[in-house]
Design a protein around this ligand. Structure first.
Ligand code: SF4
Ligand code: FES
Length: 390
C-alpha cells in the first residue's frame, strides 16, 4: 500500500504523452539523469559518484534501460541526460539514444569524451542525440591530465569538441574549478569560445563523496574566489552574444544556499547504474534513507510514493530557521546532501546559509583548508581511491 503523503491537496492534473489525463501529486519531473555506469577511464578527485562504485555486473541491462526510457516518456519526462561514470563505455548507448528519440525525449550526452571517436559521435547524432556536454579539467594538458588522472585526455577532449560542432550538435563545456586549476580560467573561457561552444559552466567543486575526501587539496582561497567572480562577470558581459556562462561558487563561501535540484523530489531525479531511483546524484551519501529500484517498482510509483522522495519534499519537514523564513519556497532549505555531510542530519538547514548556526564554522573551515599544504589528490577508483604520487 502507498505510504501516507505529507502534502495532501497539492495534486496536479497532467496530460501524459499517451494522451491520458493523469493525477499526480507532485507534478512530473522535467528531467532525469541516467547514470548508465560508474565505469570511467578518468579518476577525477571530485567525482560526484558515490565512494562505493557499482560494478559492471550490477548495471541495468539494455532491455531494462529501454524499458526505463519508455516509462520516462509515459510519465511525461521531457529530458534525459545520459551520464555516468562515462556513458560511452556502454556498448548499447546508440540504441538507448535511439529509443529516447523514438519516444520523444530530448537527449543530452554528459561525457568526458576521451573514448569518443568521430564515427561514434556521428552514430549518436544519427540516432537523434540533441546535445553534448564535455567536461574539461583545465586549459592545457599538464594541469588537465593531472586532474583527470588520464594521459592525453585533454587532446582527445579537444578533438571530440570539434567533431561535436562539425556534426552541428550544440556543445556545453563543463569546467569544474578548484584551487589546482582556477588560475587557468581565463584560458578556459578563451578555449570555449575557440571551440564554438554554446555554453560554459564554470562550476566550482561542491563537496560530497570524493570531493569531500579531497577537500584540502581542492578548496580555493577567498582571494582566488573573488578574482574568479570578477573574471566571470567581465567575461559574461564581454561575451554576451557569443557564449552563455553559468557560474557556481563553492557553497562554503556562499551566504545563501543554492536551490539544489530545484528542490528535493520536485523537478528532477537520478537513476543509478543499478536502477536505484534517487532525488539527486549524491543522495546515497545520506545514510538512513533507502531508495527503490526500477527493478521492483514503476517510476510513477517511486516518484509519488517513495519514502525517500517524500522525506524532504516541500517545506513541511523544515526546522527553524527555514520554517519561518521568507526564502523557503525559493531555495527549499538548500542541499540535503550537504546538510548531512556537514551536520550529520540531512534535515538541518544547509550550512551554506548565513542563517544556519553552522555557517560561520564552515566558512572558517574553508578558509583554513584553502591554506593547507596538501595538494596531492586521492583519485577516484573502484578500490577506495588511489593516492597521487609525484
Ligand atoms: Fe533558505 Fe532556510 Fe536559509 Fe531561509 S533559512 S535562506 S529557507 S536555507
Ligand atoms: Fe543531494 Fe543537493 S546534492 S540534495
Amino acid at each position: 500500500m502507498p505510504e501516507d503523503r505529507p502534502h495532501d491537496g497539492d495534486d496536479f492534473q497532467l496530460v501524459t504523452r499517451t494522451g491520458d489525463l493523469e493525477r499526480t501529486q507532485y507534478g512530473i519531473p522535467l528531467a532525469v539523469l541516467a547514470e548508465l555506469t560508474h565505469r570511467c577511464p578518468l579518476q577525477c578527485p571530485y567525482c560526484s559518484n558515490p565512494l562505493e562504485l557499482e560494478a559492471a555486473s550490477g548495471e541495468l541491462t539494455t532491455a531494462e534501460w529501454l524499458h526505463v526510457i519508455d516509462e520516462l516518456a509515459e510519465i511525461g519526462v521531457l529530458q534525459i541526460h545520459f551520464s555516468g561514470g562515462e556513458p560511452t563505455v556502454r556498448k548499447d548507448l546508440v540504441a538507448l539514444v535511439a529509443r529516447a528519440t523514438e519516444v520523444g525525449l530530448y537527449s543530452n550526452l554528459i561525457t568526458s569524451a576521451v573514448m569518443l571517436t568521430r564515427d561514434k559521435l556521428a552514430a549518436l547524432a544519427d540516432a537523434g542525440l540533441n546535445h553534448v556536454q564535455i567536461s574539461f579539467q583545465g586549459a592545457e594538458p599538464v594541469v588537465a591530465d593531472r586532474v583527470g588522472g588520464f594521459r592525453n585526455g585533454h587532446a582527445k577532449k579537444l578533438a571530440a569538441a570539434r567533431w561535436t560542432r562539425e556534426l552541428d550538435l550544440p556543445l556545453t563545456i563543463n569546467a569544474v574549478m578548484h584551487r589546482q586549476n582556477l588560475h587557468q580560467l581565463p584560458d578556459i573561457i578563451d578555449m570555449a569560445v575557440a571551440l564554438d561552444a554554446d555554453r560554459l559552466e564554470v562550476a566550482n567543486v561542491q563537496y560530497y563523496g570524493w570531493a569531500l575526501k579531497n577537500r584540502q587539496a581542492l578548496m580555493p582561497t577567498v582571494a582566488q574566489l573573488e578574482q574568479t567572480t570578477r573574471l566571470v562577470t567581465a567575461a559574461q558581459q564581454r561575451l554576451n552574444a557569443v557564449l552563455v556562462i553559468d557560474y557556481v561558487i563553492p557553497d562554503y563561501y556562499a551566504s545563501r544556499p543554492k536551490q539544489c535540484m530545484g528542490g528535493w523530489g520536485r523537478q528532477f531525479f537520478n537513476i543509478s547504474p543499478a536502477g536505484k531511483v534517487l532525488p539527486c546524484h549524491a543522495a546515497e551519501t545520506i545514510t538512513g534513507l533507502s531508495f527503490e529500484s526500477v527493478r521492483d517498482h514503476s517510476l510513477d510509483w517511486i516518484w509519488n510514493h517513495s519514502a525517500a522522495f517524500n522525506r524532504y519534499r516541500g517545506t513541511d519537514w523544515m526546522p527553524e530557521p527555514c520554517l519561518s523564513c521568507a526564502h523557503k519556497e525559493e531555495d527549499f532549505g538548500g542541499c540535503r546532501c550537504q546538510a548531512f555531510a556537514l551536520t550529520g542530519d540531512a534535515g538541518n538547514t544547509d550550512p551554506a546559509c548565513a542563517l544556519s548556526p553552522m555557517h560561520g564554522r564552515i566558512f572558517a573551515l574553508a578558509e583554513t583548508e584553502s591554506g593547507a599544504d596538501r595538494n596531492a589528490f586521492l583519485y577516484r577508483n573502484f578500490s577506495g581511491g588511489l593516492p597521487e604520487t609525484d
